[in-house]
Write a protein that binds this ligand. Structure first.
Ligand SMILES: Nc1nc2c(ncn2[C@@H]2O[C@H](COP(=O)(O)OP(=O)(O)OP(=O)(O)O)[C@@H](O)[C@H]2O)c(=O)[nH]1
Length: 329
């Protein structure tokens, strides 16, 4: 059954899109109910009016320049974005498609429009989501930068801590005046040598004690600072004259201990005698000094105490016999 024209006209009135027919001079001829409902004006008030006036000022330029122009030129146009002026002062964005009706002499235009509130809203939401993502990204970058700087600070604190630990370790083991190993360090080195001598390796070694002769008068006559310089200079001489494997420590005021690993007593005695002579002929300022030495070699069953006691007795003998000499004990 063919629909009756009256039905078609009614359906057109309530079509799910706003519809308006415009004549060749741009005046409205028909406005459907859907559109008049959106606009908030009765249909009668909307006919015989310039169609462009249905739209906002900004949209009128687009209406003339794009929609009307394209329809006149090519007969149709799709998806032109315009905004309607509503009776309550609001605006309603619409997407318009238009087509020329009738012939060239008496052209009419059918404009069909769909509200795009939802699209605008989605675009707004998309924009907000983009801004939120951008902010989150910036915050994340700020956190990463902050973490980076904390990591750098932590690294430099760690390095400082390592330096301090090393310094403390070194200070705990060395004599502050001469920089030589101190008594505590000597004890550790001596224990190590004893365990090697007692163990599978059976490595013999020698130990000597060295003491400056008549050091008290040096201090008394030239002052403590000069005495200190003599001690420092003697420490340098010991370090430069001894072999790389030997170990020199300052264990008391003007007393030094020497460890000579893997060394027999004759070899040690020769090296220590050369050292004594080097000290004797050194150009000391402001006063010459000499040293006395007592040396001993490791014997099975020796402990740190027995070794030290033997070397000390030999040193005492060297002092008693006139100083500036080496005695084997
Ligand atoms: N300048 C200085 N003097 C020190 C230091 N430690 C100890 N002395 C001095 O070393 C001197 C040791 O004197 P004594 O023990 O009497 O021995 P000596 O005069 O060397 O005599 P002999 O050892 O018997 O040859 C004392 O005057 C101490 O004050 C120090 O670190 N610096």
């Amino acid at each position: 059954m063919n629909p009756r024209p009256a039905d078609i006209a009614r359906w057109w009135q309530f079509a799910p899109s706003g519809q308006v027919v415009v004549d060749g001079k741009g005046y409205t001829v028909l406005v459907n109910h859907t559109l008049s409902d959106w606009l908030g004006f009765p249909s009668e008030q909307l006919v015989n009016r310039l169609a462009s006036e249905l739209f906002t000022c900004e949209s009128r330029m687009v209406y003339q320049g794009v929609l009307a122009y394209r329809v006149a030129d090519v007969g149709s146009v799709s998806e032109v974005h315009l905004s309607l002026n509503l009776s309550n002062g609001d605006t309603l964005p619409v997407l318009c498609s238009a087509r020329r009706l009738g012939d060239q002499k008496d052209p009419q235009i059918l404009i069909s429009m769909q509200p795009i509130v939802r699209k605008d809203q989605l675009e707004r939401e998309l924009l907000e989501a983009r801004q939120a993502a951008q902010t989150a990204l910036e915050e994340k970058e700020a956190v990463i930068t902050e973490l980076e700087s904390m990591r750098t600070t932590l690294k430099s604190h760690n390095e400082e801590l390592q330096r301090l630990t090393m310094r403390l370790g070194h200070e705990a083991k060395s004599d502050p005046l001469t920089g030589l190993p101190n008594r505590r360090h000597l004890d550790v080195a001596l224990k190590e040598l004893l365990s090697r001598a007692e163990g599978f390796l059976s490595e013999g070694f020698c130990m000597a004690l060295l003491d400056i002769d008549h050091f008290k008068p040096v201090n008394d006559e030239y002052g403590h600072a000069v005495g200190d310089q003599v001690l420092q200079q003697l420490a340098k001489l010991l370090s430069s004259k001894l072999r790389g494997q030997d170990f020199a420590a300052r264990i008391g005021g003007e007393e030094f201990a020497l460890l000579m690993p893997k060394t027999a007593i004759d070899e040690a005695s020769n090296a220590l005698e050369r050292l004594r002579q080097a000290i004797e002929v050194y150009h000391w300022q402001p006063v010459p000094i000499t040293v006395s030495l007592g040396v001993t070699s490791y014997l099975p069953e020796d402990t740190s105490e027995t070794l030290l006691a033997r070397a000390d007795r030999a040193l005492y003998t060297a002092k008693r016999e006139g100083r500036n000499r080496l005695v084997n004990g």
